[in-house]
Write a protein that binds this ligand. Structure first.
Ligand code: ZN
Length: 160
């Protein structure tokens, strides 16, 4: 069975950045599952998996535009410490949920200078060219329930 729209796909992967540093891997864990055509994974990887089948291995390099997007300067903002009521220690690397014009978004503290806190709402992997080493381990048809939810249930997925 080849991967096409409405396939449930389980795959193992190792993710590296352009510098060759390993960022993530499913080795030694459950494979990752997704519903093909539902936008569960980044477009560049989903497109590369189309037409593949169990046992296929691929090495895909994905530009930021087809991964987590380019870095958007308008998502980097300076705010006053007064916005962090009840939080004593604010340090670079901390993450918060923030109310933005696009709803609740995770933001990362990138700089702290006195009362001026710089927040970055870009995805941590925005601007990165990513390489995925992938092995397809299962391909099956999605159930009606999975199609209506738009994601995988059972192994490799999640239950609601
Ligand atoms: Zn569900």
């Amino acid at each position: 069975m080849q991967i096409a729209a409405n396939s449930v796909v389980l795959f193992h992967y190792t993710l590296t950045n352009a510098a060759g540093e390993q960022l993530d891997s499913s080795a030694g864990q459950e494979p990752l599952g997704y519903l093909h055509g539902a936008g569960n994974i980044i477009p560049g990887l989903e497109n590369a998996l189309a037409g593949k089948s169990v046992g296929d291995k691929l090495n895909v390099t994905v530009a930021p535009e087809e991964a987590y997007g380019t870095i958007k300067d308008e998502l980097i903002q300076e705010v006053d410490r007064a916005n962090f009521e009840g939080i004593d220690e604010i340090e670079p690397g901390m993450q918060f949920m923030a109310q933005t014009p696009w709803g609740q978004q995770p933001v990362t503290v990138v700089k702290v200078e006195g009362d001026v806190i710089t927040l970055d709402g870009n995805h941590p992997l925005a601007g990165e060219t990513l390489t995925f080493d992938v092995e397809v381990v299962e391909v099956r048809a999605a159930s009606e329930e999975e199609l209506s939810h738009g994601h995988v249930h059972g192994d490799g997925g999640h239950h609601h």
